[in-house]
Ligand binder design. Sequence first.
Ligand SMILES: C[S@@+](CC[C@H](N)C(=O)[O-])C[C@H]1O[C@@H](n2cnc3c(N)ncnc32)[C@H](O)[C@@H]1O
Length: 242
Amino acid sequence: MSELISQSERWDREWMHYFATEARSTYLVPHWKMRQTSDLRGLSAPEIFDAVAFEENGSPNGVPLRIWAAGDDLVGRSVLEIGCGCGWLGKRIGMMGGDYLGLDYSELALAIARGVSPASCSYAQIEDEEAIAAYSGSRDVMVGREFFIHQNFENATWVLQMGTRLLRPGGLISADFYRGDPAVEQGVIHPAKSPLDPVHASCAFEFSDDEVEELAQIVGLRVVSSDRHLAHQRQFVVFQKT
Ligand SMILES: C[S@@+](CC[C@H](N)C(=O)[O-])C[C@H]1O[C@@H](n2cnc3c(N)ncnc32)[C@H](O)[C@@H]1O
């Protein structure tokens, strides 16, 4: 891909390719064809990560929530997701009584997210400063689902700065960084301080513990916890706005 395209168009293309090649029903099913099957309150972050908790069209689809946040930080809370995609998580948070804001580059994904989510969910394109400004200081928690893995150091910095601006003081950010298992064959993975990959939008960037700490210092966040999940090749970091 040699032409110069915007990040918005780049991720639109990524979603079009995804829908042409992968199972899409879980993204397209609207909230009114879904049902919550278990209460998430009181669950720990590892339990939430593995929880399915919703049926789609009368049967569990088996896809777990895959976010590293305690149930009590999600249920009925004001949640921000950057890189919300088609609202897969947003419609679930909205159904649990939460007030959810999803931001993304892709207008295509956002159009789907708006169509499948309950009224308690709002969505905006991440470059729409005017829409986003209205939410300053309003969010209890920010989560990343299959998101921070795709950010290089430069992008992770401005994304965390934006998240911090939207959080209330004391609010939490749950970030899903990539951390490879050396025993497993690796895909397209770059060190955190590499430039964006002009070919592979969905490549991963790998952060060391020192780089995570450096990010926290630049943005002015406190690292609350950092947990490695070897099987899923993730380093889950929880930051707090001081
Ligand atoms: C792998 S998808 C995950 C989508 C969603 N979180 C989910 O679990 O279905 C990554 C998403 O992040 C978006 N994205 C990537 N980098 C971004 C950035 N810096 N700002 C906003 N959105 C971004 C992409 O458009 C895409 O929708």
